[in-house]
Design a protein around this ligand. Structure first.
Ligand code: CO
Length: 153
């Protein structure tokens, strides 16, 4: 496993729509292991493949709640309910926090690293993390979701 460099806002890779993963192979396993190690090292809760320069639909989320990391390949939002508003940040924009509106609860369908389909339902922080990371796969950044504009002085 290796820690990969996390790209910062402004890098082209963060603005690209990612392609689906088609091979559930050793290369994918290495990518996911590296992403998990990178996420752990950066003390974040989620990381998407484009953040390490790989334009594929792969995400890791680790809320550090003792349940371990979730790996999502080719994830798809299949259900959302309610609204939550809260502060959100991104490993690609250290120190930047914005108030972002997200669904309160979501269900995401995805594949694991072996190609087996599963679904995960999350509320609150997990729902927020899932939406944030799925956005990355479309080239959408959390700052795009900020509705409030801060008046200039
Ligand atoms: Co992010």
């Amino acid at each position: 496993m290796a820690v990969r460099e996390i790209l910062r806002f402004g890098e082209d890779s963060l603005r690209k729509k990612c392609r689906p993963v088609t091979s559930f192979d050793e290369k994918l396993a290495v990518l996911l292991d590296d992403m998990k190690e990178t996420l752990l090292g950066a003390e974040g809760v989620g990381l998407a493949a484009p953040q390490v320069g790989i334009l594929r639909r792969a995400v890791v989320i680790d809320l550090r709640d003792g349940k371990g990391a979730i790996e999502l390949i080719n994830p798809e939002l299949v259900f959302e309910e309610g609204v939550q508003v809260g502060n959100e940040g991104c490993l690609s924009a250290p120190g930047e926090w914005c108030e972002v509106e997200r669904p309160k609860k979501v269900t995401v369908k995805a594949f694991d690293r072996t190609g087996k389909e599963f679904s995960v339902t999350g509320e609150d922080l997990l729902a927020r993390a899932l939406c944030h990371e799925l956005d990355h796969l479309e080239g959408i950044l959390f700052t795009d979701r900020v509705k409030q504009t801060i008046p200039k002085r």
